[in-house]
Ligand binder design. Structure first.
Ligand code: BGC
Length: 795
């Protein structure tokens, strides 16, 4: 028995004889052993990790990209192949890792072939850390607009700013985290907690960014759902947390939004820090070689999260193409690994080809601006890329603001003469921010912050922004009050403001809920802010609460107080914050934002999904045992009434829903599986996007103000025999902006259902399977305000 076989006989699986192991699994073991020579020495001797790999099946070899997805990809790959045919092995390997340069990540230039260094830069809400760049709303705010057109314009404007500064690869958009864990520290960077909504967001933003000529770097692939122990040795010695998800949840929840962005041609994907099913995401052959590069036909390149590469040979063979920001475990070692046969030369050529193909795909070889990224201590001429983006930022800021309570017609204001303002969140801080390139703070300072002492327009860490200025709520309301020749009183410091102003029309109280990269939140509310709201409400008969929050914020401490007459979830709106808010308060814009997550009555209602898993084991686990049941799906299953459900938001007018009709597009019987003879193109099997069903209804404005309704379609997928889990009673499968509608005006709304929308991931067939049977469906104003019910029968 050879050494490997002996090793396998020591594993704890009964009867797991090495002779029966698939060849590729043995390769994995060889890879593991081989990489030990490339891994950094550890001070603590860890328990063996070999047994843990059983949860993540080996998929080798890494499939080379060939550009077959579209003529554009074919051309891009052909050009890339020509370019790399002139490169030496040393040049090839140098392309696969980061080098010093002006950007957050830089590839090397190869001047003799006119290949420039490629510039990688954060982040999902715009260029960070620079002067004369805009601070766009965060992803979660954009998701709350439920507006495809705005999502796309957002991507386009962000893309234009990246391009203007010579950034080749923008590090965003984000669908990992998706928001599985209510207190997740980075949920605000992503596009909401529902895969369908996040998928539309990912596709639209990707399209916008790439239309501007910039490669979109989708992140973080995959199952990056908590910050606690996202990396090795965080807090205590040991490996990063392992997100352990089943095959169905993997596809139907976490991969889903990435599929949409890939289908739009995304050129790069960033693998995440943590382990996924026990194997580090940047060396997880199942997720990279298997799901991304085979099932989803990815044509571009996989870049590691910064310092996220955990081994040399293992990551190369598992499908990582580029390690950032330095040489990582590759550098000269990769050449050595090719020479000693641990990594094939084809694999390294494929890495380089994929990187250059993304560059050619976006035509960046044609007159692309040079990087213009500077430290704040560097003297340079301004490189102004802001254009008129402030206007779009204000529009998205307003469109993503969600009105959740409005009694006695408190809002919109009707020419108020006298307003009061309270709370630390109404103003900008006296000193801008310590970390010059992150308004919301960096990774170092945010542990334990519940709130930002100043108005919150973004979260902290690499997804943060550097606003050119911040229009605070105070500034915007001063402007309005001054114009109306009114009176304003304020107190931004006291927890218990003392002076009542009995003549005031309304009191506004501003609070926030902060989150940032590297840390999960400590809770979903803070007592200071809750007391502040109650104290203001005790003084003022019409108290309007405005919450800027980096995710869910519970409100039950005061929501039913009779003096709390209006409440707005104002999200993370970016630099025009005050203007966006004022346009809602004064009714210039009728609110149509909808919650992209569920706000519970009590934190405990989130059950095990309130906090990420915290264990100090050497190999900590986070088991996604809830499967498909995150956010509203979990509340529906457990029959827990949320305070404000997913998709909820009020308007200043009312809408009716009538005349539901449904039909199948195809008359012949539909096959259960997509046609296996059709090759995969980037994003997945093309037939998954075939329209198979259509749902229509009429939406009418029944109130007395013009307004836009977000009509939402929820679908129940029938369970099938042999399912390893049930399917949620309802899942979002469509949304449409109806409007703006004048009072009395009606509009027909149409939702198209694709094959994927009606399919489940069949774990045995390893395919998306269209179920036969009756699909109940509902159209309504939220995940619980369901106005019309019908069904679709698939035979
Ligand atoms: C973050 C990424 C980011 C990268 C570069 C990492 O810590 O997880 O999202 O793009 O840093 O700043």
């Amino acid at each position: 028995m050879d050494y490997l076989s002996q090793l396998f006989h020591q594993l704890p699986w009964p009867g797991f004889l090495v002779e029966q192991l698939p060849f590729s699994f043995r390769n994995l073991a060889i890879v593991l052993l081989a990489t030990s020579s490339l891994t950094r020495p550890s001070t603590v001797s860890p328990p063996s990790e070999l047994p843990y790999y059983g949860l993540s099946p080996p998929v080798y070899p890494s499939p080379p990209a060939n550009g077959s997805s579209s003529p554009r990809w074919t051309l891009a790959h052909a050009r890339a192949r020509t370019a790399i045919s002139h490169l030496t092995l040393a040049e090839l390997t140098s392309l696969t890792h980061g080098h010093p340069g002006p950007c957050v990540g830089n590839t090397p230039a190869i001047p003799r072939l006119n290949l420039p260094a490629l510039c990688f830069y954060d982040g999902p809400s715009g260029v960070r850390g620079q002067e004369f760049v805009s601070a766009f709303p965060a992803g979660i705010h954009v998701a709350a607009t439920f507006d495809r057109a705005l999502m796309r314009q957002y991507g386009r404007a962000i893309g234009a700013e990246f391009r203007g500064r010579g950034v080749n690869v923008a590090l965003g958009p984000v669908a990992g985290p998706l928001g599985r864990v209510a207190t997740g520290g980075r949920n605000w960077e992503g596009l909401g907690s529902d895969p369908y909504l996040a998928g539309i967001g990912m596709a639209s933003v990707t399209r916008g960014v790439q239309d501007a000529g910039v490669v979109a770097g989708l992140k973080h692939w995959l199952l990056n759902e908590q910050e606690w122990r996202r990396r090795k040795d965080q807090g205590t010695p040991g490996e990063a947390v392992s997100s352990n998800a089943g095959d169905r949840a993997l596809r139907e929840v976490y991969v889903w939004p990435f599929m949409d962005a890939l289908r739009e041609g995304a050129g790069a994907v960033m693998c995440s820090y943590q382990r996924a099913n026990h194997s580090y995401a940047c060396q997880n052959s199942k997720l990279l070689n298997g799901v991304l590069k085979t099932e989803l036909g990815f044509e571009g390149f996989v870049v590691s999260d910064w310092d996220g590469q955990m081994a040399g040979v293992a990551s190369a063979n598992a499908g990582l193409d580029l390690t950032m920001p330095g040489p990582g475990y590759w550098g000269d070692h990769l050449e050595q690994a090719v020479r000693n046969g641990s990594v094939s030369e084809e694999r390294v050529a494929d890495m380089a080809e994929r990187i250059l193909a993304a560059w050619y795909y976006l035509d960046q070889e044609k007159a692309y601006p040079l990087p213009a990224l500077y430290d704040n201590l560097e003297k340079h001429l301004p490189v102004d890329v802001m254009d008129d983006h402030a206007q779009l930022i204000e529009e998205i800021g307003a469109a993503g603001t969600v009105l959740v309570k409005n009694v006695n017609g408190t809002l919109p204001f009707n020419k108020p003469r006298f307003l009061c303002m309270y709370g630390y969140d109404a103003i900008v801080k006296a000193v801008p921010w310590k970390n010059h390139d992150r308004y919301g703070g960096g990774y170092e300072v945010n542990f334990g912050w519940n709130t930002l002492n100043g108005t919150l327009i973004t979260g902290g860490g690499s997804g943060s922004t550097t606003p050119p200025y911040v229009v605070s709520p105070f500034q915007a309301l001063q402007e309005r009050v001054a114009k109306d020749r009114g009176v304003l009183r304020w107190d931004f410091y006291s927890e218990d403001p003392e002076t009542p102003y009995v003549n005031a029309d309304s009191c506004l109280v501003f609070i926030n809920a902060y989150a940032g990269e590297s840390f999960d939140r400590t809770g979903l509310a803070d007592e200071f802010s809750d007391r502040l709201v109650l104290n203001v409400a005790a003084l003022c008969a019409s108290t309007i609460v405005v919450i800027h929050s980096a995710g869910i914020r519970t409100v039950d401490a005061w929501i039913d107080h009779p003096n709390v007459t209006a409440v707005l979830f104002a999200g993370l709106p970016g630099q025009e914050s005050g203007h966006s808010l004022a346009s809602i308060l004064y009714g210039d814009v009728n609110p149509s934002g909808r919650l992209p997550y569920t706000v519970a009555r009590n934190e405990s209602d989130y059950g095990p999904l309130l906090n990420g898993s915290v264990s100090f084991d050497y190999f900590p686990d986070s088991n996604f045992t809830e499967g498909l049941y995150i956010d509203y799906r979990a509340f529906d299953r457990a029959d827990i009434t949320p305070r404000f459900e997913f998709g909820f938001g009020l308007s200043y007018t009312t809408f009716s829903y009538t005349a539901l009709s449904t039909f199948l597009v195809v008359s012949t019987a539909l096959s259960e599986f997509p046609d296996p003879s059709i090759p995969i193109t980037q994003g997945g099997h093309a037939q998954l996007w075939d329209i198979v069903g259509v749902v229509r209804c009429a939406v009418a404005n029944t109130g007395d103000r013009a307004g836009t309704e977000i009509a939402q379609l929820y679908v129940g997928i029938p369970d099938g025999e042999g399912d390893d889990d049930t399917t949620p009673v309802r899942q979002l499968r469509g949304f449409s902006r109806a409007g703006p509608l004048a009072p009395g005006e009606a509009l027909e709304v149409e939702f198209e259902l694709t094959r994927r929308d009606l399919s489940v991931w069949d774990v045995v067939a390893q395919q998306w399977r269209l179920r036969k049977g009756e699909y109940p469906l509902w159209v309504g104003a939220s995940s619980r305000d369901l106005r019309l019910q019908g069904s679709l029968v698939v035979e």
